[in-house]
Design a protein around this ligand. Structure first.
Ligand SMILES: [Zn+2]
Length: 138
């Protein structure tokens, strides 16, 4: 390939106005915000994705997060819990009932905190990649 090719051939001269960068959409989803503008709330409640953004009007009803957020939450919390259980048991030898109670509260609390954030990230990813109707007109 010619190293002296004009820059216009190497990269598009004008950025695509319809471009949807993945990382900003993921970050906005993690913050439970609209993946398009980052201003409007993504959820209408704890986990129900709003039909459209109240700030920019972007239609968000096309998401298909399904079991993805729960899978990611279990994957992360399960691995973290295994490490914490091993470390705490080996280091402190707590009373079993206290140990089980504290770990249960920790696991449930962390799961409830992570679940909407992972769902937001998955919706943001689907929006950025125009999956499941996000690329269509409506
Ligand atoms: Zn928006």
């Amino acid at each position: 390939m010619d190293d002296h090719a004009p820059a216009a051939l190497a990269a598009p001269a004008i950025a695509d106005p319809d471009e949807r960068p993945t990382w900003p959409a993921l970050r906005r989803g993690l913050l439970r915000r609209c993946p398009n503008c980052g201003e409007g709330h993504l959820f209408d409640g704890y986990l129900k994705v709003t039909d459209s953004c109240a700030s920019c009007g972007e239609v968000l009803k096309h998401h298909r997060a399904d079991d993805g957020p729960a899978y990611l939450t279990i994957l992360l919390v399960g691995h973290l819990l295994a490490f914490v259980m091993h470390f705490v048991w080996v280091t402190f030898r707590p009373e079993p009932l206290v140990f089980a109670t504290v770990l249960t509260v920790f696991a449930v609390g962390l799961s409830l905190w992570l679940l909407p954030r992972f769902k937001g990230a998955i919706v943001g990813y689907q929006w950025a990649h125009r999956m499941h109707g996000f690329g269509g007109r409506d």
